[in-house]
Ligand binder design. Structure first.
Ligand code: GLN
Length: 538
C-alpha cells in the first residue's frame, strides 16, 4: 500500500469520555484485520512533555523505550496493540511552540512574521505526518486531546481541517466522540449536546465522518436516525459506545457496532480478514471468570487518584487474568503507615507492592511496609522508589545502619545507601533529564529474577535520578540482599532480592510500562502467583 491513511479522533461535550480507549480499540480491530496501525496523541497544554507534571494533574507519566515521558494514553495504545510507541507518538503544544521558536531563533523563517497560522499549524501538520512517512504504518490514528471549542485546541482543529483537505477525503477521516446523556427526570436520552458539539466542529470547517456516542443506555434506532439527520452523518456511522465493565471489552463492542468497517469504507480500504481476536478473547474470558482472589496492597502516596498508578493497575489486570485470579488492589496511603499500625493495615492483604514516587512524603511508611513484608514473609514487590526503600530498610534493620537513607530525602545522611547518579550531579533542568527509557540489565543465574524472566539479558524502562549506591552492595549482599540484576555498562544495580523469602524482589526500573494484554509482564505474573500461594497457606 502506498498511501498512509489518517483517522483523527476529536472529542466533544465533555472531557474524560475515553477517546484514548476508543482510539486504541479501533486500532486493535484494524490491526486484527491485518493493517499496520499506530496511534499518536496531540495534547493542547504548554508543558513540553508531561514529565514535569505532578501526577495529580494528569495521572501517571508513561515512559516509552526511547525515553519519552508521555501521556498515559500511550500506555493504553501499547497495552492494546502490543507495539511500542515512541517520542513521535505524543506531541504537546509546548513542544510545537518550542520547535517553532527555536527555528525562528535560527533564522529559518527568513524574516517572515511567525504566526499561529501557518507556522504553528504547519509544524503540527508535519508532526501529524511524521510516523506516516516512516512507511511502517498503513493507518495512523491521531487523538486530539481536549474538547472541541476549547481555545487551546483551535490550532489542532485547524490543522486537522487543512490535512483532511490536503490529503483528500478518502485518505483522512474524522471521528467525533460525544456524550449522549440520559435525563432520569425525563426518562430520555438527549441528542442536543451532540448536535451542538458537531456544530462547533463544523464552525471550524470540519465535518465529522463518524460519531461515537458514549452512553449509559442503548441508543434506539430512532435516536440513531435523529443523530444522523442532525449531525450530517450516515446512520451506520452513528456508533454507540455503551459503558463497559472493563476497557478491554471495548474492541468487541466496537466490532459489534461496525466501527472498523465504517472507518475502512470511508478510507476506501478493503475489509481484509475478519479480525482475529482469539487471544484477546481468551484473555477476556480469563479476566471475567477468575478461579482465585487475592488482595494486593498498593503502598503509595498518590492513592487518592487511580490514574497516578495506571500502568501498575493495568499490569495487575493482565497478570491476574494470566493467573485466573481476581486481583483486588487495595490502596494504602504510605503517609499513614508506621511500624505500630502496619500489621493492622495489612491484616487482609496477601502481598504488597511498594510504588514508585518522588520526594520525602510517605517514605517512612513505605520503609515500614517493606520491613513488615520482609519479616512476615509476605510477598513483596518494589518498583523504583519502592526498590530503593527496600535497600534502605535492609541497611537500617539488618545491617544496623540506623541512619541509612536516600540523598533524595536527606543529603546529609551518614549512610547514603541510595544516592544521586553520577551523571545527574550537574543536571539543573527538571524536564526530560532523568535516566529515561530502556536500558540493558544482565540477570545472574540461580536467582528469583532469572526464574521469573527465564533469560539473562533484559531491557526495561527507567525513570529516576537516584540509584542503589554501589559502595554498599558488597556489605548488603553479605547480609542477604542479593543484587540479582546489574546494568553491564554502568554496573548500576537494577534488581535486588532476598533468598530466604518466598518472594521478595525490588526493581529500579518500571516493568509496568511493558505489560500488555498479549504479554503480561513476567514480574507481575509471578508476583500475583506468589500472592495466590501466600493466600492458600492461610
Ligand atoms: N525518586 C526516585 C528517583 O528519582 C525514584 C523515582 C521513581 O520511583 N520513578 O530515583
Amino acid at each position: 500500500m502506498n498511501q498512509t491513511k489518517y483517522i483523527f479522533v476529536t472529542g466533544g461535550v465533555t472531557s474524560s469520555l475515553g477517546k484514548g480507549i476508543i482510539a486504541a480499540s479501533l486500532a486493535k480491530l484494524l490491526q486484527a484485520r491485518g493493517y499496520r496501525t499506530t496511534i499518536q496523541k496531540f495534547d493542547p497544554y504548554l508543558n513540553v512533555d508531561p514529565g514535569t507534571l505532578n501526577p495529580y494533574e494528569h495521572g501517571e507519566c508513561y515512559v516509552t523505550d526511547d525515553g519519552a515521558e508521555t501521556d498515559l494514553d500511550l500506555g493504553h495504545y501499547e497495552r492494546f496493540l502490543n507495539v511500542p510507541t515512541s517520542q513521535a507518538n505524543n506531541v504537546t503544544t509546548g513542544r510545537i511552540y518550542l520547535s517553532v521558536i527555536e527555528k525562528e531563533r535560527r533564522g529559518e523563517f527568513l524574516g517572515k512574521t511567525v504566526q499561529v497560522v501557518p507556522h504553528i499549524t504547519n509544524e503540527i501538520k508535519d508532526r501529524m505526518q511524521l510516523l506516516g512517512q516512516s512507511g511502517d504504518y498503513d493507518i495512523i490514528i491521531t487523538e486530539i486531546g481536549g474538547t472541541v471549542g476549547d481555545i487551546e485546541s483551535l490550532p489542532y482543529i485547524e490543522s486537522v481541517r487543512q490535512l483532511v483537505w490536503d490529503l483528500g477525503e478518502n485518505n483522512a477521516i474524522v471521528i467525533h466522540l460525544t456524550l449522549v446523556p440520559f435525563l432520569a427526570a425525563a426518562g430520555e436520552l438527549k441528542t442536543k449536546p451532540t448536535q451542538h458539539s458537531v456544530k462547533t466542529l463544523m464552525e471550524s470547517g470540519i465535518k465529522a465522518d463518524i460519531l461515537v456516542c458514549r452512553t449509559e443506555h442503548e441508543l434506539s434506532q430512532e435516536i440513531r436516525s435523529k443523530l444522523a439527520l442532525f449531525c450530517n452523518v450516515k446512520k451506520e456511522a452513528v456508533i454507540q459506545s455503551i459503558d463497559a465493565s472493563t476497557i478491554y471489552e471495548v474492541p468487541n463492542l466496537m466490532l459489534e457496532e461496525g466501527l472498523d468497517i465504517v472507518a475502512l469504507k470511508k478510507l476506501d480500504l478493503p475489509k481484509k480478514a475478519a479480525p482475529d481476536l482469539k487471544n484477546w478473547n481468551t484473555f477476556l474470558k480469563r479476566l471475567k471468570s477468575p478461579k482465585h482472589t487475592v488482595n494486593i496492597g498498593l503502598i503509595g502516596k498518590y492513592v487518592e487518584m487511580q490514574d497516578c498508578y495506571k500502568s501498575i493497575l493495568e499490569a495487575f489486570i493482565h497478570s491476574g487474568a494470566a493467573n485466573e485470579t481476581k486481583v483486588n488492589v487495595v490502596s494504602i496511603h504510605s503517609e499513614y503507615i508506621d511500624d505500630e499500625n502496619i500489621a493492622d493495615k495489612l491484616k487482609d492483604i496477601d502481598a504488597i507492592l511498594v510504588a514508585p514516587g518522588f520526594g520525602e512524603r510517605g517514605i517512612e511508611g513505605k520503609i515500614a511496609a517493606v520491613r513488615y513484608a520482609r519479616e512476615s514473609k509476605m510477598p513483596f514487590f518494589g518498583i523504583c522508589l519502592g526498590m530503593q526503600m527496600s535497600v534502605i530498610e535492609y541497611s537500617r534493620n539488618v545491617l544496623g545502619l540506623a541512619e541509612a537513607n536516600s540523598t533524595e530525602m536527606n543529603d546529609q545522611t551518614a549512610h547514603p545507601v541510595v544516592n544521586l547518579m553520577e551523571e545527574q550531579k550537574n543536571v539543573t533542568d527538571k524536564g526530560g533529564t532523568m535516566r529515561l527509557g530502556a536500558w540493558k540489565c544482565e540477570i545472574k543465574p540461580d536467582t528469583l529474577a532469572y526464574k521469573i524472566y527465564g533469560q539473562t539479558t533484559i531491557h526495561e524502562r527507567h525513570r529516576h535520578r537516584y540509584e542503589y549506591n554501589s559502595a554498599y552492595v558488597t556489605q548488603l549482599e553479605k547480609a542477604g540482599l542479593k543484587a540479582s540484576g546489574v546494568n553491564p555498562d554502568t554496573g548500576l544495580v537494577e534488581i535486588v532480592e532476598i533468598e530466604e523469602h518466598p518472594f521478595f524482589i525490588g526493581v529500579q526500573y518500571h516493568p509496568e510500562y511493558k505489560s500488555t494484554v498479549a504479554n503480561p509482564h513476567p514480574l507481575f505474573v509471578n508476583f500475583v502467583a506468589a500472592a495466590v500461594k501466600a493466600r492458600k497457606k492461610q
